[in-house]
Structure formats: C-alpha cells, structure tokens
Design a protein around this ligand. Structure first.
Ligand SMILES: Nc1ncnc2c1ncn2[C@@H]1O[C@H](COP(=O)(O)OP(=O)(O)OP(=O)(O)O)[C@@H](O)[C@H]1O
Ligand SMILES: [Mg+2]
Length: 278
C-alpha cells in the first residue's frame, strides 16, 4: 500500500472503543513564568474493540499525556476523548493502567497488592482473593503470593502490576512503557505474555513504548507521533496473525515496518535537533 494511502487511513472500520478527536493539551506554566507547554495539538486516534495499538514517538512528544487523558488523570484543553461514546471526565473501572515503574506498595504482599486493584475501583476485596490467585498463576507467579515486592525481580513486579490492572476486568488496558526498565530477554518474555493475556481477555490495549520492535511485535497498529506538539504522523497496520513468535522478528513484514517506523521517528528527532541548532 502506498505511504500516502496508509497515512490517510489510520482509522479502522467498526465502532470505536476509544476515540480521541481534535485533542489539544497545553500545560500552563508553573509559577516562575516559563512558557506554557503545548503537548498535544489536533491529536486524532480511533481504536476498535480488542485492538492493540502502540504509540511511538520522540521523547516529550505527548505520548504519556495522551494516555493520561484517556485514563482520566489529565483533562484535555480542547477536543474530546470518548470511551464507548461516553466523554472521559475522570478515571473509571473500565480502564486499567500499568506504568513503567512498578508502583507496588512495599509493605503489602503480592496478593494484597493485586487485590488492591479491586479496592481502588470500589469493589469488595475479600471476594477477590481466589481470582487474584488465578491471575497470578496466569502471569506466571503461582507460589509468589506471600512474597513482598522487594523479594521480586523487576520483571516479576511488572507481572504483579499487570495482574493488578486486570483484576477489575477492565476492557481497556493502558500501558505506559511497561517493559521499559526490563532487560531485553525479559522484555521479549513479557511481550509474549501480554499477547497470551490478550488472547484470553481480549481487552483493547493502548501501549506506549520507545522500542519500535516491541511496538510491531505486539500490535495490530503502530502510530508514530510528530515531535511536540504531538499529532499522528504515520499509522501502519501489522498483519501477522497473533499470537506471534520470535520468527516474526526476522520476517519481511517486520523488517519493512521497522525500517519505515524508525525513519518516521528519527525524522522527527533530527528535525528538532536541526531547529535547535538555528
Ligand atoms: N504535568 C505537567 N506539567 C507541565 N508540563 C508537562 C506535564 N506533563 C508533561 N509535560 C510536558 O509536556 C510535554 C509532553 O510530555 P509527555 O510526558 O506527554 O511526553 P512523552 O512523549 O510521554 O515523553 P517520554 O517519551 O519522555 O516519556 C513535555 O514537554 C513535558 O515536559
Ligand atoms: Mg512518557
């Protein structure tokens, strides 16, 4: 497909689960008189139910801002974000969030940390013990429920975070560089784990990463953003069937998409450097 056509048709068919329309975000200057920061401008993105969409882009281009607006942690300055046709005005139990840094409570066991995911969403935690154990088994942590976070590796802590995000049965999973702090081998394992969990629960996933290969490996669609203020620069579809295995990493489709996306993002990064040099 010609690049122009792909750029012009980033929107999948079908009723969207998530829709960003003309979203703008300006962060007011903190006291001290710095200029306001325009993080997003005319950001448009539709995601259909069960789709996995990754966002890549230069640092500071507004990726986390977009995810935080969808999570309900930040408000757009203009434009709207909808989930199932409802305008997002705050956090909700239909959206589970996983961050880059494990955010587990160190004084709570793994099991209590997972069950807390329900408590935070207003559910009754005592009813969820068995479900938490099932989820821990699902993410490969059977037998670790009485451990404390300091007794776990970074990859294991991220698994606990994923179990915690899933326990409220959200139909949308928001992941902001969830594997960014992990070593390469653990990352690959986590990517496969995510695809396994997706096959089981079929959530809609918005995933942010700096790793182009990771984005392609897990996604149905990869969005490359412009530099700040961030907009969609390029959207590419990944057609390889899921679940995917490591063979996909050497396939012509993977290599072609990787090349195209690296060029799109580096073009933005180098454009900014050239501007800064003037
Ligand atoms: N709470 C805030 N107050 C003021 N400015 C902010 C705030 N959060 C983000 N920004 C600014 O908005 C811009 C976009 O930030 P954002 O965190 O969304 O970028 P990002 O694409 O996630 O970057 P990275 O890849 O480094 O995580 C940056 O210039 C950042 O400094
Ligand atoms: Mg970020």
């Amino acid at each position: 497909m010609a690049e122009a056509a792909r750029q012009a048709s980033p929107m999948p068919t079908g009723r969207p689960k998530v829709s960003f329309q003309g979203v703008e975000k300006v962060y007011r200057a903190a006291s001290g008189g710095r200029e306001p920061t325009r993080a997003l401008d005319a950001f448009d993105l539709q995601i259909v139910p069960g789709e996995i969409v990754s966002i890549i882009g230069p640092t500071g281009c507004g990726k986390s801002t977009a995810l935080n607006i969808l999570a309900g942690f930040e408000q757009a300055t203009a434009g709207v974000v909808r989930v199932d046709d409802e305008i997002v005005t705050g956090p909700g139990r239909n959206r589970g969030v996983v961050f880059q840094q494990p955010s587990l409570f160190p004084w709570m066991s793994v099991l209590d940390n997972v069950v807390l995911g329900v408590k935070c969403r207003g559910g009754d935690p005592t009813a969820y013990g068995p479900r938490a154990l099932e989820l821990l088994a699902e993410v490969g942590l059977a037998g670790f429920e009485r451990h404390y976070p300091y007794q776990l590796s970074g990859g294991m802590q991220q698994r606990v975070q994923i179990a915690r995000a899933l326990i409220g049965e959200p139909d949308i999973l928001l992941m902001d560089e969830p594997f960014g702090a992990l070593d390469y081998q653990t990352r690959l394992l986590m990517q496969k784990l995510l695809l396994r969990l997706w096959a089981h629960f079929r959530p809609t996933i918005l995933f942010i990463t700096h790793d182009v290969g990771e984005a392609i490996f897990i996604s149905d669609r990869v969005i490359a953003m412009t530099r700040r203020p961030g907009r969609v620069k390029l959207a590419v579809e990944v057609h390889a069937p899921k679940p995917r295995d490591y063979e996909f990493l050497g396939s012509p489709e993977f290599i072609r998409l990787e090349h195209e996306l690296v060029l799109a993002v580096q073009g933005e990064v180098e454009g900014r450097e050239a501007e800064a040099a003037h």
